[in-house]
Design a binder for this molecule. Structure first.
Ligand SMILES: [Zn+2]
Length: 669
């Protein structure tokens, strides 16, 4: 440990490592612990740590870190030089921070999907040095992480990158007992000169603080809201998106989707939006990107789009913005030239569609063949009268690095992916003046390019896989960026039955369905309303016309109507407002079981997640643009519940009837 920089004020030890490699698969690691010498000097207010000489990287190899204390935070930077091995430097891991932990330590990090995640690793089972979690390599929804250990001040770490450099947080069990290691990994471009010397292209800060996930977000928020992604996003007029009372995420031909939203609009009397999947003739998750023609034929599809527009129903249709089916004949027409390639010439491709086994490959930002196909479809859709286009996956996965030798960018350049995608989105918009764009989940790299974003992680239990959830999803993104874009989404379905594309082989379809709400009576109410509490627009998934008239679902339909009206009536908080500190809610908790069944669930098989003690009254606190503060409350349980909320900006107490919303205005009593 002598080669680590010790920052007593943080209770942290800091080191680095470099991953070296070559095209033949050779690998080596340079780490602080193996350096020939280490020295620390203080230069004014700056600590300068210098590591020198390494058996592989060379006698002249030097790594240098600066740490400057500013207002209780430590700003860091890192560079290396004199690397003379035959390897390239592929990744810099700096800082590598070693901290004390207990078995209760939780990690707050930006997941690839969802607004923010608290995760408690199974520390007792983790081997020394074993990685227990990582964020996706790329530009996620926010740039900080925090570590919470009961009885100790939380540790906060951020990056302050404004150029969309691909990066990743990694968390390991420490090599010493009762420690953990947090590492920030940054890919190094294989541009020739970076092999010898490179400076990390961004910096960041770390500090101790007091509080919870919301307080961690408040450290990051002032800086984040000065940056271009927020400034540009905030300048936009989101027009009709602001007035939407509920989204229907529905699938299939016009006859299956249009009447459903029309009926709800008449029932609730608020504006309704349609996120329309499976409008295309091809089956779901294969044959991409060949979306045109529509399943209904051009004429009927166009009539449906025009009818929706005439009725003031906002609609957008699905296309995947970055996936190409490599088992489709069209792949031969530019797929390999466009694909996002690994260093060894392979690429990532996933067969989401388990029936066809067709693999969807991800394209790079430099993908002219793919992009021209999507642009052609977008023009057809705009001509059909659609006001918005959903481009799946871009926001959450158009990230990372690419080594495709056919591309102009340097292999592995961490800055290369995002500009190509942003230019592609600009081209789609230029082709279709006035058309809005939408995508999946959050990223600072793209939030000013998409007017709306779907997020499904108000339903996080159903994605947890079974047992007791090890994660808790928390609304960090709304705490930072609420109102910058319209956020909507939920995977939840009133009858618990996921959609089935009739173009899939019939023998994969579940032939026996139960009345699932009988087994999981609280799942829909929680999943449907939790993201609304977080300030997202209500969304219901796979709702079919017959469900309106089935008395078993009358309570759920009533909840949909009441939620849409409640959200719509309180948009000055729930769309325009600033999320304030949640404070403490005292209310009864209740155990809840969730059915985990996704779109591709195997026939008859599902897992059950059990939340042992979920608060029965969910809440959030908001400040409207006119300064008025309000608490939003929802009792998801089936009996009246007493509650007492104590938050820094408001307090409230009372009894909420079952399945009931309430907005409490005013300040502290
Ligand atoms: Zn590329």
């Amino acid at each position: 440990m002598t080669n680590l920089l010790s920052i007593a004020a943080l209770g942290a030890k800091i080191g680095f490592s470099l991953a070296l490699g070559d095209a033949q698969g050779g690998r080596a690691t340079v780490s602080a612990a193996d350096m020939d010498s280490f020295s620390v000097a203080t230069n004014g207010a700056v600590i300068v740590a210098t590591w020198h000489g390494h058996p592989v990287a060379g006698d002249g190899f030097t790594a240098t870190a600066h740490l400057r204390e500013v207002d209780g935070a430590w700003q860091w930077d890192f560079a290396y030089g004199g690397q003379t091995s035959a390897y390239d430097v592929e990744t810099v891991s700096f800082p590598e921070v070693t901290l004390a932990r207990t078995d209760e330590t939780r990690i707050l990090y930006p997941p690839a999907l969802g607004p923010g995640r608290l995760f408690r690793p199974d520390w007792p089972k983790a081997k020394p040095g074993e990685q227990v979690q990582e964020s996706r390599l790329g530009v996620p929804s926010f740039q900080f992480t925090a570590l919470f250990t009961p009885g100790a001040r939380p540790f906060y770490f951020d990056t302050r990158d404004t150029r969309c450099c691909a990066r990743q947080f990694a968390y390991r069990n420490g090599r010493a007992p009762h420690t953990l290691e947090l590492a920030l990994k940054t890919p190094v471009p294989l541009d020739g000169k970076s092999r010898a010397a490179w400076r990390m292209p961004y910096s960041g800060t770390m500090r101790l603080f007091d509080g919870n996930w919301y307080d961690a977000a408040q450290i990051y928020k002032p800086w984040a809201r000065r940056q271009w992604w927020h400034v540009n996003a905030k300048k936009r007029d989101l027009g009709p998106l602001r007035d939407i009372g509920i989204w229907f995420w529905n699938r299939g031909e016009a006859d299956k989707v249009v009447a459903v939203v029309e009926r709800f609009k008449a029932l609730a009397g608020v504006p309704v939006a349609l996120d329309w999947y499976w409008w295309h003739a091809i089956p779901y998750d294969m044959c991409y990107p060949n979306y045109w023609p529509p399943r209904d034929g051009v004429e009927k599809f166009t009539d449906a789009c025009r009818r929706l527009a005439a009725e003031g129903i906002f609609a957008q249709v699905y296309m995947n913005g970055q996936s190409w089916d490599m088992d489709d004949p069209s792949w031969a027409e530019g797929g390999v030239a466009d694909v996002k390639m690994n260093r060894d010439g392979t690429w990532r491709a996933i067969a989401f569609n388990c029936y066809s086994g067709h693999r969807l490959a991800y394209v790079c930002g430099e993908a002219p063949h793919f992009q021209s196909r999507i642009r052609a479809h977008a023009r057809n859709l705009r001509a059909a009268g659609l006001p918005s286009l959903y481009l799946d996956e871009i926001s959450c996965t158009a990230q990372g690095i690419c080594f495709n030798p056919k591309h102009a960018h340097a292999p592995g350049d961490p800055h290369a992916m995002v500009p190509g995608y942003r230019a592609y989105l600009d081209a789609v918009r230029r082709d279709n003046p006035g058309m809005m764009l939408s995508s999946e989940e959050f990223s600072e790299a793209y939030m000013d390019k998409f007017e709306s974003l779907i997020t499904l992680f108000g339903c996080y239990e159903r994605f947890a896989g079974g047992g007791a959830p090890t994660i808790e999803e928390v609304p960090v993104v709304p705490a930072l960026y609420h109102g910058d874009f319209a956020a909507f989404g939920a995977y939840t379905m009133v009858d618990g039955i996921p959609p089935w594309d009739p173009k899939w082989p019939a023998d994969g379809k579940w032939d026996k369905e139960e009345f699932w709400p009988g087994k999981f009576p609280d799942q829909f109410a929680i999943e449907f309303t939790r993201s609304v509490v977080w300030g997202m627009q209500p969304t219901v998934h796979h709702f079919r016309l017959h469900l309106y008239d089935d008395p078993r679902y009358a309570g759920s339909v009533r909840l949909m109507v009441e939620t849409a009206r409640f959200y719509h009536a309180h948009r000055e908080w729930l769309f325009d407002g600033e999320m304030l500190a949640p404070g403490h809610m005292a209310c009864a908790t209740q155990a809840v079981e969730f059915m985990c069944r996704k779109t591709y669930a195997k026939k008859g098989e599902y897992a059950v997640v059990r939340q042992p003690a979920l608060p029965t009254v969910m809440h959030s606190v908001w400040r409207a643009p006119n300064g008025r503060v309000a608490a939003v409350l929802f009792n998801w349980s089936r009996v009246p519940r007493e509650f007492r909320l104590e938050a820094p900006d408001i307090s409230a107490a009372g009894t909420l009837p079952p399945r009931t919303w309430q907005l409490v205005q005013g300040g502290r009593r």
